[in-house]
Design a protein around this ligand. Structure first.
Ligand code: NDP
Length: 508
């Protein structure tokens, strides 16, 4: 049965939807000459400005080694916006200034302090500062140390917050060491670990869907749910990130952070209130309930893959090892699939199938929840197994939205069952308005001092702890966890379904 667009009524409760602009403050971007700054941070700051969600008294200071004047940096900002078709005003641009310098030299931080004092006076930022470290992680500690030694992280008269980009460590040991070194200079309440997936509207919508409706939660458990599948598929290969990716791989790049966060939102218990610590306590509790990989036969629950040259003549693509910057003998995984269980009352026995990979047929990020079959059919001779199982599909990318498949009577013959796929797209709901980018949400929250959507340290470490047995087994190239190969643009290693479910697993 063909999918029919659902009627959508946009009935936003105004009093709940109003966003408040933060108080005065400066945003200081370390790594201001970099890719993340241009592609994500500057557009997000501009979008907040356009939506009147920046403080009236704000300034942005870029810091990096690349020599640039204030005017050069303003020109970079102008150009970054033009890429998106936005022409910025002088009113916006004159808030931007730039400090060039080495990240390890005290002089850089002294000049930054002078600049912060200047913008406080000229733009009224009152000494408040949000430091965004858009830098490779090796630079996190030297920068935080430099800020602390200059007294820029003291909070006696103003606030000081630090946003840190992933990856948060390379393994458990380095994550613990990173946190320990940062804690010498900043408190957890000042630390904002960003996982931009958590800023996505549809990821946050998982919480609203589960805890603002009464129809889902009674079914949200092992009695009614048969399995949950989480897929984050990319069509792209390694592109220009080979230097980073070949050392990281899919488990570190996607699984340890985004995938675990998505799993947590789907499976967590309701927090008492939607506030930073209550919410993050539940995430931590959930991650610690995932059945440890230690002690399980990793050969039955995990698949690691690497793409090789495409066999589709219409979609040619080189194999991973031929990509520029990749070691020709690389053992790095570009695909991971896992079968996880959550050992608590709610989820006992429900498999969570999770996969992510590069060079898969299409970009897609979604969660499929398959409900158990009906226990008995009253429609003879239709048997219970003749009915398709209900599936709730939560789509993050592309076409953010959700779908629900239900069994209905098709017109015609008296006993004619068919599946209706109801489909709802978030863009219909937005009625032509752009869906705010994740970085907009997260920068705004950091300016407001709301840590709810930022990752707390205990969950970072719990997540590393979970995956360490797998990392160790892969590093040791154990026989039961071989690297499987898959042609670019195929569905991933053909071994996946065999390994995870003896061949019977059918991904949505
Ligand atoms: P870049 O590689 O573009 O680096 C940002 C800036 O840091 C560079 O412009 C450079 O500035 C400086 N830099 C780079 N390498 C070094 C080094 N070895 N030592 C000192 N300074 C260095 O990074 P991105 O902008 O792509 O990413 C920044 C952070 O955000 C990273 O942690 C990344 O993992 C994370 N991230 C990035 C995403 C993206 O889409 N780009 C997405 C999600 C996370 P200069 O030479 O002028 O000092």
């Amino acid at each position: 049965m063909s999918a029919k667009p659902m009627t959508v009524s946009y009935n936003c409760r105004e009093q709940l939807c109003v966003e408040s602009a933060p108080g005065p403050g400066a945003i200081v971007i370390f790594g201001a000459s970099g890719d993340l700054t241009k592609r994500k941070l500057l557009p997000a700051i501009y979008a907040l400005f356009e939506r009147n969600l920046l403080p009236e008294k704000f300034a942005v200071i870029g810091v990096a080694r690349t020599e640039m004047s204030n005017e050069d940096f303003q020109e970079e900002v102008r150009e970054a916006m033009l890429v998106n078709g936005d022409t910025v005003t002088e009113e916006f641009l004159h808030r931007f200034s730039y400090v060039a310098g080495q990240y390890t030299e005290a002089d850089t931080f002294a000049r930054l302090q002078t600049e912060l004092e200047r913008v406080s006076e000229v733009h009224g930022t009152e000494g408040n500062a949000l430091f965004y470290l858009a830098m490779p992680p090796t630079m996190f500690e030297p920068i935080v140390k430099g800020l602390a030694e200059q007294g820029l992280l003291e909070e006696e008269e103003a606030w000081a917050r630090v946003i840190i980009e992933k990856p948060f460590g390379h393994d458990l040991e380095s994550a613990v060491a990173l946190d320990k070194s940062l804690k010498r200079y900043i408190k957890e309440s000042q630390t904002y670990r960003i996982d931009h997936y958590l800023g996505k509207e549809t990821v946050q919508n998982i919480l609203m869907l589960r805890f603002a409706n009464s129809i889902f939660e009674p079914l949200w458990n092992h009695t009614y749910i048969e399995k949950v599948e989480i897929t984050v598929a990319e069509e792209l290969g390694v592109e220009k990130r080979a230097g980073y990716y070949d050392k990281a791989g899919a488990l570190r790049d996607m699984f340890q952070n985004h995938m675990v966060q998505m799993l947590s939102l789907i499976a967590m218990e309701p927090p008492a209130v939607f506030e930073a610590d209550a919410y993050r306590d539940e995430i931590a509790k959930l991650i610690s309930s995932i059945r440890p990989l230690e002690g399980q036969d990793l050969g039955n629950i995990s698949v690691r893959g690497q793409y090789v040259e495409s066999v589709d003549s219409d979609r040619p693509a080189a194999g991973y090892r031929k990509e520029e910057g990749v070691d020709p003998r690389s053992q790095t995984e570009t695909y991971v699939a896992l079968k996880l269980f959550i050992d608590n009352w709610r989820w006992r026995g429900v498999p969570f199938y999770m996969r992510t990979g590069k060079r898969l047929p299409k970009k897609s990020s979604e969660i499929a929840i398959t409900f158990k079959p009906i226990p008995h059919s009253i429609f003879k001779p239709i048997r219970p197994k003749d009915f398709n199982q209900n599936v709730l599909l939560l789509r993050m990318q592309p076409h953010e939205g959700m779908g629900l498949s239900i069994e209905v009577k098709a017109p015609g013959s008296k006993l004619c069952v068919n599946t209706l796929d109801m489909d709802f797209s978030y863009s219909d709901f937005m009625q032509g308005e752009d869906i705010p980018d994740a970085y907009e949400r997260l920068i705004l929250d950091a300016l407001l001092g709301d840590q709810t959507l930022f990752v707390r340290n205990d969950t970072v470490e719990a997540s590393w702890q979970l995956f360490m047995p797998l990392i160790r087994a892969w590093d040791a190239n154990l026989e039961n966890v071989p690297l499987c190969f898959y042609p670019a643009f195929s569905e991933g290693p053909k071994e996946t379904n065999e390994i995870l479910e003896g061949g019977s697993l059918q991904w949505r």
